[in-house]
Design a binder for this molecule. Structure first.
Ligand code: UDP
Length: 278
């Protein structure tokens, strides 16, 4: 135990040039790529690669809520299941739900509950599935950001998309979007999700300690990051649903086959009422 504490104290996460170990500046996000509509069987879906994270999100609904006793006669339920694949982390993760995944599922459900127009769909449920295929810290933010695109892909009416990014503190410096090393050996991690159009915060958690000023800075960084993510989310949806002139030309009408030479034409059918007829 003492050895681990010693390593943690010795571990430098910010280099002499002020950059982080992966070369990023304090306010720099890891590379993010979002793809909408990646699964055929779900009503809506999205895939996100965010640094070393690879996460799939699928959405069903609004559909009749089951079991029936859970139905709310006034509004839809928004339910999320966050799951980490056993192969998503370096030490095999035991399959199935655990305390952490139940907590993450709950906070993500609550975040989306704040934006979905639930009153339009009484007695139904909107089911969100988040599958973490590869994890490198920040999976709840990546899952939430992808799930938001999947909800839009499913056509679920919402006030806006939700974008999510964590900020934290490493070696006493406030930084955005911590990676696994920074999450493990840093001082604090504070995931947030916001509604970019209104600035409303729909998820806020904190692991570690930040002073009031550090928290203000972390929040500013996360809000800045969510605006960049919002653009990527909208781009993914535009790519999925916009049809360009090129697409239309690619789908040009089928060309009719060339006419057959006369010699290969089949003989005309015999007329029942011809000269040898009646
Ligand atoms: N992690 C792990 N095993 C687990 C849970 C988490 O190795 O059972 C790793 C994983 O890389 C995850 C990171 O620890 O992304 C940080 O986990 P945290 O609970 O902070 O959630 P996250 O940052 O992924 O939302």
């Amino acid at each position: 135990m003492e050895d681990i504490e010693h390593i943690e104290k010795e571990m430098k996460l910010i280099k002499a040039d002020g950059r982080r170990l992966d070369g990023r500046k304090a306010d720099e996000l890891r590379p993010v790529r979002i793809e909408a509509g990646v699964l055929r069987r779900a009503d809506g879906s999205a895939y996100i690669e965010w640094g070393g994270n690879k996460v799939l999100a699928a959405v069903y609904g609004p559909r009749e809520a089951h079991p029936r006793h859970l139905q709310d006669p006034a509004r839809a339920l928004v339910q999320c299941r966050y799951n980490m694949a056993p192969f998503s982390v370096s030490d095999r993760k035991r399959p199935g739900p655990d305390r952490r995944s139940v907590e993450i599922s709950k906070v993500i459900s609550e975040a989306f509950s704040a934006v979905v127009f639930k009153e339009q769909f009484p007695r139904t449920s909107v089911d969100i599935f988040i599958e973490v295929l590869q994890a490198d810290a920040g999976t709840r933010c990546a899952g939430l950001t992808a799930a938001s695109v999947a909800l839009a892909d499913a056509g679920v009416p919402m006030r806006d998309l939700v974008a999510s990014c964590a900020s934290g503190k490493i070696d006493g410096v406030v930084c955005v979007d911590l990676n696994k090393e920074e999450d493990n050996f840093g001082d604090a991690d504070c995931p947030m999700a916001i509604v970019p159009r209104t600035g409303e915060i729909v998820l806020l958690q904190m692991d570690g300690h930040l002073t009031y000023d550090e928290f203000q800075k972390a929040m500013e960084m996360s809000i800045g990051a969510t605006h960049r993510l919002y653009e990527l989310q909208r781009d993914a949806l535009r790519r999925r649903y916009s049809t360009t002139l090129e697409d239309i030309l690619k789908e040009s009408p089928p060309v009719p086959p060339p006419p057959m030479p006369e010699s290969e034409l089949p003989p005309p059918p015999e007329d029942d009422f011809g000269p040898e007829g009646i």
